[in-house]
Design a protein around this ligand. Structure first.
Ligand SMILES: Cc1cc2nc3c(=O)[nH]c(=O)nc-3n(C[C@H](O)[C@H](O)[C@H](O)COP(=O)(O)OP(=O)(O)OC[C@H]3O[C@@H](n4cnc5c(N)ncnc54)[C@H](O)[C@@H]3O)c2cc1C
Length: 417
């Protein structure tokens, strides 16, 4: 008689949740590296404030151990991981604040490297991508402006005017992550104000930050402190035609192409942070004694833990499915919006529950949770605010229904059951 497993095996199809062996091996190496090398240095630096020394030493170590540029092809000194492999590595990086930077796959450079790979000319790749891959420079991506809604890039006011062979750029940007210390910026500026559709109005330019007219006004103070999210002015910044990245009028497209995978990369890291918060919640529940038992015995606490576990599980599935679609070159817009919204909100909720379970300690800066929560708040704003994703998700659900008479294709591409 055949075993139940064998019977089921007859019926299984090509749905396989396992990772290739080399990805598992790599994930485990990154996990060990983050746990045994990065986290202790991070804790030490939190105490001493000697971040520079700590990070430089860790980056050297990561390179020596072959844990460098996981997101890049081997030809660019990378580990050659696609979105699915990156999902595992980035989740490990999300367990420590500086881990992504240590492996040279931090935002916004990771997204900029992908963008340069895809849209850059050979000269641009050599000049700007090469030093990024070698960790010699950093970069930033400058799109959002204080005067107009960042959620609608067709309103961008920073403009580039053609003068002879050059472009003269004027404008005002803010919340430009990593701007202080960046060697260059990818700036989105309006070049064709009358273009129809409006999405064709903007062009992406590579602007070196030592170009006269580029100024960092300030590092904006946020609820999480100052983290190099800067306000920038561009006053008569002159660049040549060779500064255009991609096509003239292709700035919107380039931004979208960059943001899709970029959003997912954020989600991957946030899953790691969710995991840390859940583990802290569990640890505290198991050890905090009160009312004749420990917190873990109380149903009210168990529900927080089970809700968190389920939301994290959903998040992992959503991120992996979106990564799979990206990797296979299938439509992914809906799934990335859903993953981005879900994971950003899961992160917020799990941190909130973890703080609740820790009581006064969780609210205090004796615990890392309060800092994690202040940093997590931006997840619901960056790379598309919650409402932008919700509107987009609903739009595609309506479209699917009108087109197919069913919403199936908008609730997980090719998960047509
Ligand atoms: C920490 C941090 C880092 C950032 N890094 C960068 C960076 O490196 N480069 C860069 O260019 N930008 C960056 N940004 C900017 C970020 O992308 C924008 O803040 C975001 O796109 C929202 O734009 P906005 O702030 O202008 O808000 P607005 O567009 O003015 O929107 C305000 C609010 O309106 C609501 N809303 C928007 N659209 C809709 C809608 N259709 N329906 C209903 N409600 C809606 C949302 O609640 C939204 O939060 C960063 C922001 C933060 C906080």
């Amino acid at each position: 008689m055949e075993s139940t497993e064998a019977l089921w095996n007859h019926r299984t199809m090509a749905l396989d949740f396992s990772f290739p062996e080399e990805v598992v091996e790599l994930r485990d190496r990154v996990r060990r590296f983050v746990e045994t090398e990065v986290r202790p240095v991070e804790e030490e630096c939190d105490r001493t404030g000697k971040w520079r020394e700590g990070i430089i030493a860790l980056r050297k170590k990561a390179r020596a151990e072959g844990l460098w540029n996981p997101h890049l092809p081997a030809g660019w000194g990378g580990m050659g991981l696609g979105p699915i492999g990156m999902a595992t590595v980035s989740a490990e990086c999300g367990r420590a604040r500086i881990a992504a930077f240590v492996l040279n796959c931090q935002a916004p450079d990771e997204g900029n490297m992908h963008t340069l790979l895809r849209f850059g000319t050979d000269e641009q790749k050599e000049k700007y991508l090469r030093p990024l891959t070698e960790g010699r420079v950093r970069s930033c991506f400058a799109m959002t402006e204080p005067e107009v809604a960042g959620s609608d890039p067709t309103g961008i006011q920073t403009h580039a005017l053609k003068e002879g062979d050059n472009w003269v750029i004027n404008g005002h940007k803010w919340f430009i992550s990593g701007a202080r210390g960046a060697k260059f910026a990818i700036v989105i500026a309006r070049t064709d104000p009358d273009a129809d559709p409006p999405q064709a109005r903007n062009t992406a330019f590579i602007v070196e930050t030592d170009t006269p007219g580029w100024s960092v006004v300030r590092d904006i103070e946020t609820m999480a402190g100052q983290h190099n999210h800067c306000e920038i002015t561009l006053e008569n910044v002159v660049v040549g035609d060779d500064a255009i990245l991609g096509e003239r009028g292709g700035g919107h497209l380039l931004g979208q192409a960059r943001l899709g995978p970029g959003r997912l990369a954020h989600c991957m890291r946030w899953l790691g942070t969710c995991e840390v918060a859940l583990e802290m919640m569990v640890e505290r529940s198991l050890n905090r004694e009160l009312h004749g038992g420990v917190l873990a015995d109380k149903q009210g606490i168990q529900w927080k833990i089970s809700d968190s576990a389920m939301e994290l599980y959903q998040g992992k599935l959503m991120v992996l499915h979106a990564a799979y679609l990206l990797e296979k070159g299938k439509p992914f817009k809906q799934e990335i919006s859903m993953a981005k919204y879900h994971v950003a909100n899961t992160l917020w909720r799990i941190l909130d529950r973890a703080i609740q379970v820790h009581g006064g300690l969780g609210y205090s800066s004796d615990s890392p949770l309060e800092k994690m929560m202040r940093q997590a708040r931006s997840a619901r704003l960056v790379d598309g605010a919650d409402e932008v994703h919700l509107s987009q998700i609903a739009r595609l659900v309506f479209e699917a229904y009108k087109r197919d008479g069913t919403t199936r294709s908008a609730t997980g591409y090719e998960l047509l059951y």
